[in-house]
Unconditional design. Structure first.
Length: 272
């Protein structure tokens, strides 16, 4: 009996020692926790409070617009730039590279407003000049370093591999560093086919817009393969596609930088 009691005391003492050791280790380990970076003082000083369904341009947005010809890509990005309920006058500089900027009726107001920064032919020099200009604004401590760049229906001109035309592709992973927080920055890649988007651009995208007017089943299958699991599985993704196909000129907006990611029909109806 005495031996049994002693064994029990030893066991309890051992448990107490183990608990003390665990607490000690937890205390030491807590010093190794990853802590957030202290935000800069001006990061909360935004120009205008945005609707939460819109892309958050104060955190930097890379948006991909995928739609066939005459499906409303120009209407969408022109709304983002000129609609007072969206991003009207929130960018200090707006650059547009589009083969049809001077002749497309849907872009005529943007052409008038930003004509001095519109280009009909793409070259890497345009991107490099934008980078130099932005770095100069930051170095000179300009009050507003915000900018927007639209690459409209040009992605078929960029190689999926190789160096020519890669300035615009490489810029997709670096553009957010060309402004001072929280100045707005937005980069838009517009294309007629999903797989014309370079993989670097797709991986860096904070938001993707897919037109309900995409007719190719094969293209939808590629999109579902890439994003279906993120939005509830293939069956759920097909439901969202059918929703935006009910009427023309509707968009499936995948808000990839939300936690968790969200999906909308245009900006008005939350689908996921």
């Amino acid at each position: 009996m005495v031996k049994t009691r002693k064994n029990k005391q030893d066991e309890e003492q051992g448990q107490e020692q183990d608990e003390e050791q665990v607490k000690s280790e937890e205390g030491e380990n807590s010093k190794l926790r990853i802590i957030p970076i202290q935000p800069e003082e001006q990061e909360s000083e935004v120009k205008k409070v945005l609707h939460p369904n819109l892309p958050d341009i104060y955190k930097g947005q890379l948006l991909c617009l995928v739609a066939p010809i005459r499906a409303g890509k120009g209407v969408l990005w022109n709304n983002l730039l000129l609609n007072e309920n969206m991003f009207l006058d929130l960018f200090k500089d707006t650059h547009i590279i589009s083969n049809s900027i001077s002749s497309d009726s849907s872009s005529r107001f943007s052409y008038q407003k930003f004509r001095h920064n519109c280009h009909e032919i793409y070259s890497d020099k345009i991107i490099n000049d934008i980078i130099k200009h932005q770095k100069a604004k930051i170095a000179n401590e300009d009050a507003d370093t915000s900018f927007c760049l639209i690459l409209d229906d040009l992605l078929g001109q960029f190689p999926k591999n190789g160096r020519k035309g890669m300035a615009a592709i490489n810029f997709s992973s670096r553009f957010r560093h060309q402004v001072r927080k929280p100045d707005p920055v937005m980069l838009i890649y517009s294309t007629q086919r999903y797989y014309d988007l370079n993989k670097v651009v797709r991986n860096c995208a904070t938001g993707l817009f897919f037109s309900g007017m995409i007719k190719s089943t094969k293209e939808w299958e590629q999109i579902i393969d890439d994003y279906g699991d993120t939005f509830g599985g293939h069956a759920k993704f097909n439901e969202m596609i059918k929703e935006v196909q009910k009427e023309p000129y509707q968009w499936l907006y995948l808000k990839m930088d939300s936690t968790p990611p969200e999906a909308f029909k245009n900006f008005t109806i939350k689908l996921f």
